[in-house]
Ligand binder design. Structure first.
Ligand code: DX5
Ligand code: ZN
Length: 219
């Protein structure tokens, strides 16, 4: 089994000390930066947009994983590519022509991700899984950090893993929402490749140590 990656979610960082928190992630055992973009329409909250991502990208030296919780994401694919995003994830529920959107993301040189809300069945990806680099299974309802983990997620991870193996796809499984030391190991065992952690990391006393502890737990 390959190593499970840790992606701290910048949504939970201190925006008044953004550079400090980005450097903390740079110097930690974390693997990726998870960037949550919310438009106040697809989800009932607004987070941050291009100028903030530009500032983060200036200092970040790890993979940039952008999670778009926005309607009609096709409008911004080129913009995110220009900002240096590596993985661009759109919501299944926000795309009328998912296959076309995935091709457009890849045409801009990025890896293409699809996020599923808790109510969206993984079987809906049967016909696109071979075109998807990453599936983000939402383990909370998107829009806010600090919510509690939905237990049904383990079953979804197992179902998706079975599909990926059966279809001989190379898709990564990412889990987003309510990830802590209580569920990380079981998620990895079910087939998760990337764990997003916001509040658990940034609200802890020593975020660098919390990331290290998570890595050790998964080793
Ligand atoms: C929620 C976001 C998550 C969020 C996770 O809509 O997509 O990435 O930052 O935060 P925690 O880990 O606090 O649940
Ligand atoms: Zn997210």
């Amino acid at each position: 089994m390959s190593k499970t990656l840790i992606a701290p979610s910048i949504l939970a960082a201190d925006f008044g000390n953004l550079q400090r928190d980005v450097e903390m992630v740079n110097n930690s055992q974390a693997d990726w930066f998870h960037l949550d973009v919310m438009d106040g329409v697809f989800v009932p909250n607004i987070s941050f947009g291009m100028p903030i991502i530009k500032s983060i990208a200036k200092h970040a030296n790890k993979t940039l994983d952008a999670h778009l919780m926005i309607v009609d994401p096709d409008r911004y694919i080129k913009t995110f590519s220009d900002l240096g995003i590596d993985y661009l994830t759109v919501h299944y529920e926000a795309c009328n022509h998912l296959h076309r959107t995935l091709q457009a993301i890849k045409a801009e040189g990025m890896k293409a991700g699809v996020a599923l809300n808790p109510h969206t069945n993984v079987n809906l990806l049967e016909d696109t899984i071979n075109d998807i680099d990453l599936v983000c299974i939402m383990s909370v309802n998107p829009g806010f950090g600090g919510q509690s983990f939905i237990e049904n997620t383990y079953r979804k991870v197992e179902q998706l893993k079975e599909m990926i193996v059966r279809k001989n796809a190379s898709t990564l499984i990412e889990i987003d929402g309510g990830v802590t030391n209580k569920n990380a190991k079981q998620l990895a065992a079910a087939g998760a490749d990337v764990l997003v952690a916001g509040s658990y990391v940034f609200r802890s006393e020593n975020p660098t140590e919390t990331i290290l502890d998570l890595q050790n737990l998964l080793a």
